[in-house]
Design a protein around this ligand. Structure first.
Ligand SMILES: *[C@@H]1O[C@H](CO)[C@@H](O)[C@H](O)[C@H]1NC(C)=O
Ligand SMILES: *[C@@H]1O[C@H](CO)[C@@H](O)[C@H](O)[C@H]1NC(C)=O
Length: 417
């Protein structure tokens, strides 16, 4: 495999917009956007973090219900919310309000302009607050050759979502697929090289979001301690994993009332991996109640402890076709013949035809050059707590400066493809 060593996480999302059935006399909804631009910067960026977190958990519940036992779930809630917000630029009427309600922006009375400003700031902070080359978040618009969207849509996409634009000829789907796949492969450092297998020749445009994060553990594991161990996928299935081991000081919390143990593994940046390990037999219960308030409660309850940590070394990828999920979550009309994307084109009727998402998570010992230099920690004499990730667990990759859930999921089986 070309590219990177060390831990990495990435996702790509692709949303296709196709010609809808040609009906005469479509009407233009009223623009949901005002003209005023706000410059509240960081505050406005933090304003979308609670609704985005709620959206992340709503997605989790829906995806979890659709996922077969023993399969992993992994996705970028931030990437999915970003693409939907980009699309909402061109949506009017019910098509727009359903999107804003599902994303949680309507209940906060946020206007399209405020949402745009928030993403602009968020993308700026993600792009600049990290060590070089660690976190890359970007958007793109692929246009059908000859299709000219409304100018304001193009301008807003560029100004607020830093969307780069290129065009392809969807009439020759194979060439179009190759061109889009190689764009995504380039942006994900060749880790997602086959995103699309086919494309509808009726496609008018494709919106793309990618998130690439290469994490370097602040406290790397010592490869010499990695050993073979059992991982219990469920009562009937045990697989063998390469189990990493590290004893050290971690932010740790055992929530006995709620049957969960939580640990925070910081990367060398403003990003951490939060791992939530339900007690044995309690996964379904934890999945039932978990939401952003629990994450906050655990985050605030963490305290520095010495922990003997066992974490499998693994690399998983997960695919999701999100159309049904988004419909069940309330975004319905965008997919139907009544979709109102008159903010994208006034001449032709458009609807969303496909939403595909793919995410990859790879965790190993190093992720850093200086494994030995950072291992000296003062350990108290007391017996360390023990956290053994040898059964399914939940994982969150959190970016602290923007309070974003970059990625989240459930590792049911670290050896599954
Ligand atoms: C973390 O984010 C802050 C802004 O909240 C920024 O000033 C700082 O440089 C970031 N640190 C790293 C290591 O990226
Ligand atoms: C269990 O969760 C509830 C709700 O978040 C919280 O109020 C309570 O403090 C938690 N229990 C513990 C021991 O943290």
């Amino acid at each position: 495999m070309r590219g990177i060593s060390g831990s990495y996480v990435l996702a790509a999302l692709l949303l296709s917009v196709a010609w809808a059935d040609h009906h005469e006399g479509h009407h233009h909804g009223h623009s949901a956007t005002g003209e005023a631009h706000s410059h509240e910067g960081e505050d406005i960026c933090h304003k979308i973090s609670p609704p985005n977190a709620d959206f992340a958990f709503a997605l989790y519940k829906n995806l979890n219900a659709k996922t077969a036992a023993g399969k992993n779930i992994f996705y970028s809630p931030l990437g999915i919310a970003t693409v939907l917000s980009m699309l909402s630029l061109g949506a009017h009427g019910a098509t727009h309000s359903e999107m804003f309600t599902t994303l949680g922006y309507s209940p906060l009375s946020m206007t399209q302009d405020q949402v745009n400003e928030a993403y602009k700031h968020l993308l700026h902070m993600l792009g600049h607050s990290q060590e070089a080359q660690q976190l890359e978040v970007g958007n793109a618009l692929v246009l059908r050759t000859g299709f000219n969207p409304v100018e304001k849509f193009m301008k807003d996409l560029k100004d607020y979502y830093s969307g780069e634009t290129f065009d392809v000829d969807f009439n020759t789907p194979d060439t179009a697929v190759t061109k889009i796949n190689s764009f995504i492969a380039k942006k994900t450092h060749d880790k997602i090289d086959n995103m699309l297998s086919s494309l509808d020749p009726d496609t008018a445009m494709v919106l793309i979001n990618y998130v690439f994060f290469r994490g370097k553990w602040e406290k790397p594991f010592d490869a010499e301690q990695t050993h073979k161990a059992d991982f219990h996928v469920d009562d009937a299935t045990t697989v063998q994993v390469d189990m990493m081991k590290r004893t050290g000081r971690y932010d740790f919390y055992q929530d006995q009332d709620n049957h969960t143990t939580v640990i925070m593994l910081p990367y060398k940046s403003n990003t951490s991996m939060m791992i939530v390990l339900p007690d044995e037999g309690k996964m379904a219960e934890v999945e039932g109640y978990i939401n952003k308030d629990y994450i906050r409660h655990w985050h605030d309850s963490l305290f520095r402890s010495s922990v003997e940590l066992y974490l499998p070394k693994f690399s998983i990828s997960a695919d999701a076709s999100l159309a049904d999920t988004l419909k069940e979550m309330g975004i319905v009309s965008a997919f139907g013949d009544t979709a109102d994307f008159s903010g994208i084109s006034e001449e032709v009727k458009l609807k969303v035809s496909k939403v595909s998402h793919k995410a990859v998570l790879s965790v190993d010992e190093t992720g850093t050059e200086a494994a030995s230099a950072t291992t000296a920690e003062i350990m108290p004499m007391s017996l360390p707590d023990n956290m053994k990730l040898d059964r399914p667990f939940l994982v969150f990759i959190l970016e602290h400066s923007t309070k974003s859930v970059l990625f989240m999921g459930k590792i049911n089986n670290p050896t599954a493809e």
